[in-house]
Design a protein around this ligand. Structure first.
Ligand code: F3S
Length: 292
C-alpha cells in the first residue's frame, strides 16, 4: 500500500511561529491591531487572524491600534514614520533577518557596496535594502551578475530563504568581478534544514507534495528542489487541491511545507493521502466479497 512521509523539517519556522504567537497575545491584550502587509504568506491563517481582529494595512500611518511588523522585516524608514505618527510598533522581525539588516547597515556605513542575493520583489529583500540607503545591488541570477559593473569593495548577503547552491554560485561569480568581497551566507538555519530534508525525501519518493502559499518564496524553492530529485511534484495550498486518484499508483509520497504553513494544513494533507489506503482496503474488501 501507499506510504506517506512528511519531511523531517517542514512547515512553520521559528520566526513565523514567534510572529504569530506575539501577534496573538497583542490582539488579546489590545483587540485593535494592524499588520503591515499580511502577517504570513498563508491565506488560511490570515483569515483566522482577521476574524480575531487583525487588520492588514499597506502604510504604517494607516494602522489602527498597534502596528505589527512581520518576520520579513521592513526598511529602517518605516520605524521612523511610525514614530512620527505616534504609532506603537510590535516588532516581529525574525532575529535571523535582523542580523542581515544589521550586517547590511554596518557594511554600508563602512563605505562598502552591499549586494543582496535574493528576489528583488520580496519584502524581506526590500527591507534589507532599506538598511543600506536603498542602494544595494539585488542579484537573483547569473544574468544579473553579468550586468554588474566592475566593483571595488563589496559585502554580499543572502535573503534568508535562498537556495544554498544558488547563493554559492552567485556569490562566487560576484566575488570574481570585485576587488575585495566579504561573503556572508545569511541563509537561516531553519531554511537550510527544511531544504536538506526536502532533498532527502524527494530522492526517495515517487511523488512530492509541496504545501505553501503560491507567493511564498521559500515554498517555491522547495518546489524547485523537489523537481530536481523527483519527477512528480505537486504544489498545493490546501488539501482540497489534491486529487487522490493521481497518487494511487505510487509507493512513497513525500510531503513538505513552506515556513508559513501551519501544522493543521500539513496534517489535513497527510490524512487525506492516508485515506487512499483506507479506500483501497475498502475496495479490496468489496472485491473479495464479490469473489466469494
Ligand atoms: Fe526567520 Fe528563517 Fe523563518 S529567517 S522567519 S526562521 S525562514
Amino acid at each position: 500500500s501507499l506510504k506517506v512521509e512528511i519531511a523531517k523539517n517542514s512547515g512553520f519556522c521559528f520566526g513565523v511561529k514567534k510572529a504569530i504567537d506575539t501577534t496573538m497575545s497583542v490582539i488579546e491584550e489590545k483587540s485593535v491591531v494592524s499588520s503591515l502587509g499580511p502577517l504570513i504568506h498563508n491565506q488560511q491563517v490570515v483569515d483566522v487572524l482577521d476574524k480575531k481582529g487583525l487588520s492588514v494595512v499597506q502604510e504604517p500611518e494607516e494602522a489602527k491600534g498597534s502596528l505589527v511588523i512581520r518576520s520579513h522585516g521592513v526598511p529602517l524608514e518605516i520605524y521612523e514614520r511610525a514614530r512620527k505618527s505616534d504609532i506603537d510598533v510590535v516588532d516581529c522581525t525574525c532575529p535571523f533577518v535582523r542580523k542581515v539588516q544589521k550586517k547590511a547597515e554596518s557594511c554600508f556605513k563602512a563605505g562598502k557596496k552591499v549586494i543582496i542575493i535574493g528576489d528583488a520583489s520580496h519584502p524581506e529583500v526590500k527591507g534589507i535594502n532599506g538598511w543600506c540607503g536603498g542602494e544595494a545591488y539585488i542579484i537573483g541570477s547569473l544574468e544579473d551578475v553579468s550586468k554588474l559593473p566592475e566593483l571595488d569593495e563589496v559585502c554580499i548577503v543572502a535573503q534568508t530563504t535562498m537556495r544554498n547552491e544558488l547563493f554559492e554560485q552567485l556569490s562566487e561569480a560576484i566575488a570574481k568581478k570585485s576587488k575585495a568581497a566579504e561573503i556572508y551566507n545569511t541563509i537561516c538555519s531553519a531554511t537550510r534544514e527544511r531544504q536538506d530534508s526536502c532533498v532527502d525525501l524527494a530522492k526517495r519518493a515517487d511523488a512530492m507534495i509541496v504545501i505553501g502559499g503560491k507567493n511564498s518564496s521559500n515554498t517555491r524553492k522547495l518546489v524547485e528542489i523537489s523537481e530536481k530529485y523527483c519527477e512528480n511534484v505537486f504544489f498545493i495550498e490546501t488539501a482540497d487541491e489534491i486529487d487522490t486518484e493521481k497518487f494511487e499508483k505510487y509507493d512513497l509520497v513525500g510531503i513538505t511545507a513552506g515556513a508559513s504553513t501551519p501544522d493543521w494544513i500539513i496534517e489535513e494533507v497527510f490524512n487525506k493521502m492516508n485515506n487512499i489506503n483506507d479506500k483501497s482496503e475498502m475496495e479490496r474488501a468489496l472485491e473479495e466479497s464479490f469473489v466469494s
